[in-house]
Design a protein around this ligand. Sequence first.
Ligand code: MG
Ligand code: MG
Length: 267
Amino acid sequence: MMSWERQITIKSKKELELMRSAGKINAEVLQTVADLTQPGVTTGELNAAADAVLKKYGVYSPFLNYPGATPYPASTTISINEELVHGIPGKRVLKEGDIVSVDCGTVYEGFVADSAITVAVGQLTEVAQKLLSVTEQSLYIGIEQMVPGNRVGDVSSAIQEFVEDQGFFVTREYTGHGVGRDMHEGPQVPNYGLPGRGIILRPGMTIALEPMVLVGTPATRVLNDQWTVISADRSLTAHYEHTVAITENGPMILTLLEDGTKPGRKI
Ligand code: MG
Ligand code: MG
């Protein structure tokens, strides 16, 4: 696992409001992309639509120019089928049966929201449909554990147990993370672990929880573009993410739409 120690920051009520504002915009970005996702559309067109929403609000994505082997070149990451995360949008054309993971961040008044969804292109195979359902459910099962006094391991293990009970796998190399003024703050929140372990969750902590689920094995590798992460066995993968605040009243999802619903395909 990639391991790092970064500062955990406790947000004030005012700061949580700014993060909620960032989160609403980010949700609108994801909803806009979901609405455009259909056979024949390119991932570059989806990214351009995301950019248009960000521009409308005068905000930007912290993904753009994110440091790596080469600076990340876009506002979103768009990852198809065996691509787990960090796919670079471009000329690829979506086709019937693809599953498309869209991840974006928004910086609003200095605070970051980070969230992702996986969207179906037309009719899916049974396993692809199950993968989307299990991955999304695992996110909400993890969020339920995000209450003051619980530990990071309670969140991680809840996700892992649910996903593995459904016959799928969670990645070991990529994790959820604290988020605030920086996109990646402490604590690191893996999608696997043991209950009762890790740091204690406290009110004012804000975490981007992001189950990354693979059909075949947990193993991943990075393509030659030095960004795109795929399943090592090229089996299907999915990714859902919310930025969540821990409050005295329980978890508060900051990356829902303005009307309080989650972004995604409206059936
Ligand atoms: Mg993200
Ligand atoms: Mg994230």
